[in-house]
Design a protein around this ligand. Structure first.
Ligand SMILES: [Zn+2]
Length: 366
């Protein structure tokens, strides 16, 4: 372990490659070229830009915010890592191309032998999943972290769907609970346009995890059973625009963190809220997305709570540019940066520590 590791790692049941020491010269931004799904043009049959993650990195390099040397290379989650949350039954089902075709909504996968499905589709998703788990640890060490992929919020321990084959959010939180000293409460702020029914099902009866979810109430998945896990539910109508949306995001992210102070915030920053998204049905502008991310980071960082962001859904042509612009804005606002603290605990934001934190509101008040 390198000396930049601030959080203390507990001994645990299995050896993982995901909690490795990261040099202090790296920013806590996790990515691998392996994230991108490309295979004989097959990816073009999907309504997704399956190369958006690489494009985000390209824009961030162009603006000289990062280089290949200053980001953290993601590692693939191993089967043992996945078993921290997933059932063996579920992982074996992924050995059927038909199952993967259904989960990822890429029908032609049915015709591919499973070894190719594994290599071309599931390995990228497992690498993104490893990236989220790594970023969870990094957020504890550095105060913030971004996985440029991940955010598979429709997948739960024994069921995938909506392009999500692995439950990276659940995995990340369970890894932290099991392995990092002092992490016993997490808050998920899920602002993808869809309801995050995967982590909701996984944490249904787990009071250690507080879930705020804002989504278009009329679209997939409409999972009423999973909704019982949401402590702050923000149901949006078709075509919701910036002003109303941002007011609600601010009110409820601040409210959520006032209600319960977690040890980590996992922020699912889906960009399918963007106007023109074929699936999301909301009408948020690019500047609205940038402002939204700023509001959430401010809410966590002003309280000194570590925050991990994953990029989740949103695959229009303009999406990668918007994500990159938002990360650059977080940097400009002083909400993320290079500061590394030597053993001083999770980093805080000096310029904006003035806000006092009220707590003690009734648990579950909505
Ligand atoms: Zn979505």
């Amino acid at each position: 372990m390198s000396r930049t590791d601030v959080s203390e790692v507990k001994s645990s049941s299995h050896q993982t490659e995901l909690y490795v020491g990261v040099p202090s010269t790296c920013l806590p931004i996790v990515y691998s070229p392996e994230y991108n799904i490309t295979f004989m043009g097959l990816e073009k049959l999907h309504p997704f830009d399956a190369g958006k993650w690489g494009k985000v990195i390209h824009f961030l390099k162009e603006e000289q915010f990062i280089t290949d040397e200053t980001i953290v290379p993601a590692r693939e989650a191993s089967e043992e890592d996945l078993l921290v949350v997933h059932t063996r039954r579920y992982l074996s089902r992924l050995k059927w191309s038909l199952v993967v075709a259904t989960i990822t909504e890429i029908p032609p996968l049915i015709f591919l032998p499973n070894f190719l499905v594994q290599r071309k589709v599931l390995r990228p998703l497992r690498t993104q999943t490893g990236g989220t788990i790594m970023a969870g640890k990094l957020a504890m060490d550095r105060g913030w972290a971004i996985n440029v992929g991940g955010g598979f919020h429709h997948c739960s321990s024994d069921k995938g769907g909506g392009f999500c084959a692995y439950a990276d959010i659940t995995l990340t939180i369970k890894f932290l609970f099991e392995r990092v000293e002092g992490v016993s409460r997490a808050t998920i702020i899920d602002l993808d346009a869809h309801q995050g029914n995967g982590h909701e099902r996984d944490f249904l009866d787990d009071r250690r995890v507080y879930i705020m979810d804002a989504y278009n109430r009329y679209i997939y998945p409409g999972d009423g059973y999973a909704k019982r896990a949401i402590r702050r539910k923000v149901e949006l109508d078709w075509g919701t625009e910036d002003i109303e949306y941002l007011q609600k995001v601010e009110l409820h992210s601040e409210g959520a963190l006032n209600e319960i102070r977690p040890d980590i915030v996992v922020y699912n920053a889906g960009t399918d809220i963007l106007d023109g998204d074929p699936l999301g049905g909301l009408a948020i502008s690019p500047q609205g997305v940038v402002k939204r991310d700023e509001i959430v980071f401010k809410a966590a960082r002003s309280r000194g709570i570590p925050i991990l962001m994953v990029t989740s859904g949103g695959y229009q042509k303009k999406t990668a540019r918007v994500i990159a612009d938002s990360i650059l804005n977080l940097h400009r606002q002083g909400l993320i940066g290079e500061e590394v603290l030597d053993g001083a605990g999770p980093s805080t934001v000096p310029v904006m520590m003035s806000k006092s934190v009220s707590s003690g509101a009734a648990i579950g008040a909505m």
